[in-house]
Design a protein around this ligand. Structure first.
Ligand code: ADP
Ligand code: MG
Length: 694
């Protein structure tokens, strides 16, 4: 048996079963089986009793009799319920999904052992999907018993826990010849790791909880270490192999603007990141940098100043935004900042007319145009620059591979890249997903900014909320009312918005109300935005189209309707639309009376803090890293063992370790590091999903 042996040749499997297992779990080789980790373990040496059960997260074992079974129909769904009695008390066993086969297999009125997690509700315990073993067939067990992921399709064919346990027992016997070490001695000693062979033995059949912990830790460490190593090697490669246009000069465009047109002093953090960027662009290596900063921390000014440096060095720049509205806002803002200069800026979006577009194309090619602001339209092949030196991406989600390639191809030597996040992302995510980028963080807000006051209100408080809004309008302020987008039903969205609009118009009949939603044509949206921004209307009723970037400093109240329907980063983004002026601003989170636990956590977090970095951490705990990155990207952080929420310390440790390692041995040529290199080359190079990024 080798790692590559197809599973059909493993004793007890055969081609028929091999196909099934491959279909369901994607396991096709012995190696896949070794990496098919248990989802939990049973301690079969302890027997609990119903009377003394406590709320716990571990699996428990009980001994008793199943006295009756019954199918229960509620609405369209059926479940199977059984009574279990162990002389100390009675508990329900429940199956939410089950086959006829399973139903017939349940032994009635015989001594059995049942295993599983318990659910507690109103001090009543129940056990969903228990494992049942008849007393006579129970083996005496001292070790922790692995429980593997299961599937009904396989269980029906008798490929249940017993089967997987037996196969893995068999494979684990071969571990001494199958599994080779992949970390150097000095690391194993330093971190007191189990050997790699003992790691696999103890992950499948732990000797005791301590051995399991050690095995589990090593697997997480390995996963994170080789992942970081991949990024580290790639970054090194990039630094030595990707030429960039050096920008050594800070000249008249930059200094002229800085001294005469800068409307405020930069914050310390803005100055620091600007310096980091300048240092990077001085070199003849392409810059690949992520600029992280909270909503309102002033990323745009950093972007503009960076573009001025590009100009000073004779290069053009482009700034891309994810939506038309945001691109327009950037354009308006930057044009205004540059109004006393000669610098030429244009806007290119999908809705720019052909005639205007033609002029932009020409001016880009003859170099008259220094700064282009736009949406994805900028990427089109027709858009050619005379000398593009810098591309800034103000984004929600990271650009796809194809889009990046297009950007790179816009000059013979690819432009420097600066990616700006729309909201902060958690540290562990930045450390893994964005590992190939250098990171700059703006961790300071402009002075004099008053923290937004956030309150949670319910339907019964509506009159009070409207009253408060009236007062603010009387003071000369403007108000946003935002309604959620329910993706499954656009018609419902619209209805929501229309009802909202009606209610607002009824209650604010003496004021002008503007509406903004995604179905409107670009020029209608534009007109609506301008109407509100210029103060012609006091209230804007909108869907989340206003989420990103919209800047109306006089707006001081953000009312978010049905706010329990929004995700945390969305709420934070929305809230960031107010608090942009000198006045005290408010965010009012309207919810219904009944809230789920997660909704409560979200609302509470919003009320308690304005710190986007803190909010992003909570968001990741609630949703998991995949959802935060968006579906297209989530596969990249699809670790088997590593958890970006709970294993932050491991990620940090391995990142530092890899940095030090590659500093002292960039190509892993030292004899003691060859073991790492060989394993990496065999298992990761060319196979890694993340090699496709950037
Ligand atoms: P974001 O980082 O969310 O993109 P913006 O760049 O839109 O933030 O900046 C938010 C607001 O803060 C803008 O109105 C901008 O003019 C202002 N601003 C930026 N930097 C400073 C500063 N150093 N001092 C005062 N106001 C600033
Ligand atoms: Mg911005």
């Amino acid at each position: 048996m080798t790692l590559e042996t197809p599973i059909e040749f493993v004793k007890g499997i055969g081609s028929e079963r091999a196909k099934l297992i491959k279909n369901v779990f994607g396991i096709s080789t012995v190696e896949d089986f070794l990496n098919f980790y248990p989802i939990r373990y049973l301690d079969k040496s302890k027997i609990f009793t119903v009377a003394t059960l406590q709320e716990t997260t571990i699996d428990v074992q009980l001994k008793g009799k199943i006295t009756s079974i019954q199918e229960i129909q509620t609405g369209k769904t059926k479940r199977l319920s059984a009574k279990f009695n162990d002389h100390t008390g009675t508990m329900d066993l429940v199956w939410f999904q089950y086959s006829k086969w399973l139903k017939e297999q349940i032994p009635i009125n015989r001594e059995v052992y049942i295993f599983g997690k318990i659910n507690a509700f109103n001090h009543q315990f129940s056990m969903p999907h228990p494992e049942i073993e008849a007393e006579e067939s129970k083996e005496s067990e001292t070790r922790l018993k692995p429980i593997y992921p299961s599937s009904e399709k396989l269980t029906k064919r008798n490929l249940g826990q017993k089967f997987f346990q037996n196969i893995l027992k068999h494979i684990c016997k071969e571990i001494p010849t199958l599994v080779q070490e992949n970390l150097p001695d000095y690391m194993i000693r330093h971190y007191q790791f189990l050997s790699r062979q003992h790691t696999f033995l103890n992950i499948h059949f732990p000797k005791d909880p301590q051995h399991f912990e050690k095995a589990d830790y090593r697997l997480k460490f390995e996963e994170s270490f080789f992942f970081q190593l991949g990024f580290g090697l790639k970054k090194n490669h990039h630094k030595t192999k990707s030429p960039g246009n050096p920008f050594p000069i800070v000249g008249d465009h930059f200094t002229g603007f800085y001294e005469n047109n800068l409307p405020f002093d930069l914050t310390g953090a803005q100055k620091r990141v600007l310096k980091e960027i300048r240092m990077d662009m001085k070199k003849s290596i392409q810059m690949n940098r992520l600029l992280q900063g909270d909503v309102g921390s002033g990323k745009t000014m950093v972007a503009l100043l960076t573009m001025l440096i590009a100009m000073d060095n004779g290069f053009q720049s482009c700034l891309m935004a994810p939506t038309e509205i945001l691109a327009q806002q950037h354009y308006a803002g930057i044009k205004d900042l540059l109004k006393d200069t000669e610098i030429k800026v244009s806007l290119l979006t999908g809705s720019v007319k052909a005639s205007a577009r033609k002029i932009i194309h020409e001016e880009l090619e003859n170099g008259e145009l220094s700064i282009l602001i736009g949406t994805h339209a900028v990427l089109e092949d027709k858009v050619k620059f005379k000398n593009l030196g810098l591309a800034i991406i103000d984004e929600q989600h990271r650009f796809g591979v194809a889009q990046r390639a297009k950007l790179w191809a816009k000059n013979r030597i690819p432009p420097h890249i600066l990616v700006m996040t729309a909201t902060p992302i958690p540290r562990t995510l930045a450390m893994s997903f964005y590992s190939d980028l250098d990171v700059s963080v703006i961790d300071e807000m402009p002075v004099g900014r008053k923290p937004i006051i956030t309150a949670h209100r319910r339907e019964k408080d509506r009159a009070y909320v409207y009253n408060f809004c009236h007062e603010e309008i009387r003071k000369g302020r403007q108000i946003y009312f935002v309604y959620p987008l329910i993706e499954e039903s656009e018609t419902l969205d619209y209805k929501n918005l229309m009802e909202g609009l009606e209610s607002v118009m009824d209650n604010f009949s003496n004021y002008n109300v503007t509406m903004l939603h995604g179905k409107m044509k670009p020029d209608e949206k534009d007109a609506a935005m301008n109407h509100f921004a210029s103060g012609k209307s006091q209230i804007m009723v909108a869907t989340t189209v206003i989420e990103v970037g919209v800047n109306v400093p006089n707006a001081s109240v953000m009312v978010i309707e049905s706010s329990e329907r929004f995700g945390l980063s969305q709420l934070h983004q929305l809230r960031g639309r107010v608090g942009r002026g000198a006045e005290q601003s408010y965010c009012i989170l309207m919810t219904s009376d009944k809230l789920s636990k997660d909704s409560r956590t979200r609302i509470k977090t919003m009320v308690e803090t304005n710190d986007g970095f803190k909010i992003s951490e909570v968001d990741m705990q609630l949703r998991g890293p995949g959802d935060i990155l968006g579906t297209q990207q989530s596969g990249v952080v699809d670790f088997k063992k590593l958890d970006l929420v709970t294993d932050a310390h491991i990620i940090k440790l391995t990142k530092n370790l890899v940095e030090k390692l590659l500093e002292s041995d960039p190509l892993l040529q030292k004899p003691e590091n060859l073991i790492i290199k060989n394993y990496y080359l065999q298992n990761y190079k060319g196979k890694n999903k993340w090699s496709k990024i950037s």
